[in-house]
Design a protein around this ligand. Structure first.
Ligand SMILES: Cc1ncc(COP(=O)(O)O)c(C=O)c1O
Length: 424
């Protein structure tokens, strides 16, 4: 093939890791615990509502900021979650998933040369969006705390990431891939530094409802004193209603920030799929929608417990995720054990690096696909400093119970158990 003609600002990002791992998973007929989409369908009432909207002729361009019913439903959803009263038409913009909202924020609100403070590991689109806007990232690394219970950040790292050029903080809570839910105290520290530097906060809250730890409720940074006027809150329908393919997202922001977001949104997509917006309005505003989310969270809580315990028994180091549908598991004990037991095999597969250290995450992910038929994500791709991520694998548990059980059985057969049982 002739050289790809990709523009220089996008060349460093290559192919998305999700596409790459999904391809490898398909080739090896693996169970796909890599990309974060459910292997079950979204609710019937949602599909029926979209079909009704199509039959009723809701098939032309929507208003650029969203169909009125959806903007109103998002305002009432936000209020029910403890948010302030919003003007649904001037402070909410419906986008094609949170992915488009992120791009619209970066392109519509950042200047070339601006700096954006981000917590790593980061969702992969962040770096590309910031680069497309000509801005640069200042990364703050999330690491397990001293007790090994939760991911956290170093206060001095955070302060050190701010400078005179800081224009924005791009925050994701609940956080993919660590499962961290930022506490109110942590958000207060971020908010005060943002205010001190007159920076805006772009808060990606797509997992807002998927939280499992009673002592870590989800808090929107926009709800902290003085933050509503400098915060854009992003979310989407996909995770909460098991409809990731619908790509209906939104951005909530005061009118001055909304103006920048819409300046970009009108030229990125202009509007999102009309019939799906009508169905989304029903999901966000109905008792049926609320009942669906309640049951989904209970189901995910059970699946999280099952997979976290099973991974720990296999020898992975697991910090229970407080939110999202991901587990970041430390594979070093497992890969070291495999290395000891299968030296020849692991050497051939590159399971140990040249220095004899533990396998990196790519080698371990490849090994799991080829030997256990289970696909995961190697999270070093989500770090600036790749070494920070090489000890982990990311497992998605937004799958049917049967899928998770099969994945665990396959890993048990390939790896064996460590003999460790987690205290409950
Ligand atoms: C943190 C985060 N932000 C944004 C997105 C994209 O959301 P959407 O599918 O609504 O575009 C994802 C999807 O995985 C995500 O994990």
């Amino acid at each position: 093939m002739t050289e790809p003609r990709t523009a220089s600002r996008l060349r460093p990002f290559g192919t998305s890791i999700f596409a790459e791992m999904s391809l490898l998973a398909a080739r090896h007929k693996s169970i796909n615990l890599s990309q974060g989409f459910p292997d079950f369908d979204g609710p019937e009432f949602l599909k029926a509502a979209a079909q009704r909207a199509i039959s009723a002729g809701e098939n032309q361009y929507a208003r650029t900021q969203g169909v009125p019913a959806l903007n109103e439903a998002i305002a009432s959803w936000w209020k029910r979650g403890g948010g302030r009263d919003l003007d649904p038409h001037d402070e909410i913009t419906v986008t094609s998933g949170c992915t488009e909202a992120l791009a619209a924020c970066c392109l519509g609100l950042l200047e070339p040369g601006d700096e954006v403070v981000c917590f790593e590991p980061f969702y992969d689109a962040y770096l590309a969006d910031i680069a497309m806007a000509g801005a640069t990232v200042r990364a703050v690394t999330l690491r397990p705390d001293a007790k090994g219970e939760r991911f956290g950040f170093d206060e001095s790292d955070l302060r050190g990431a701010f400078s005179a050029r800081t224009r924005a903080v791009l925050l994701n809570t609940p956080h993919n891939p660590t499962g961290k839910v930022f506490s109110a105290a942590e958000l207060t520290r971020i908010a005060s530094l943002a205010a001190e530097h007159d920076a805006i906060v772009i808060a990606d809250e797509v997992y807002e409802r998927l939280v499992f730890a009673p002592d870590r409720p989800h808090v929107s940074i926009a709800s902290l004193p003085g933050m509503a006027e400098r915060t854009v809150t992003l979310s989407s329908l996909g995770k909460t209603f098991s409809a990731t393919g619908w790509k209906i997202g939104w951005a909530i922001a005061p009118p001055d920030l909304t103006a920048g977001i819409r300046a970009a949104h009108q030229f990125l997509t202009y509007a999102s799929a009309t019939p799906l917006q009508h169905a989304a309005a029903l999901a966000l505003a109905s008792d049926e929608g609320e009942a669906y989310v309640g049951q989904l969270v209970r189901d995910y809580a059970d699946r999280r417990r099952y997979l976290a315990d099973a991974l720990a028994e296999l020898g992975f180091g697991v910090l229970d995720p407080e939110g999202t549908y991901f587990i970041m598991a430390d594979h070093t004990a497992v890969s070291a054990r495999l290395g000891a037991d299968h030296t020849a095999v692991s050497a051939r597969l590159g399971l140990r690096d040249e220095s004899g250290g533990p396998a990196d995450d790519f080698a371990m992910a490849r090994w799991l696909i080829e030997h256990a038929g289970v696909a995961t994500i190697p999270p070093s791709v989500f770090y600036h400093d790749k070494a920070e991520g090489r000890r982990y694998l990311r497992f998605a548990f937004c799958k049917r119970e049967e899928t998770l059980r099969q994945a665990v059985e396959r890993m048990q057969a390939a790896i064996g158990t460590s003999g460790v049982t987690r205290p409950r």
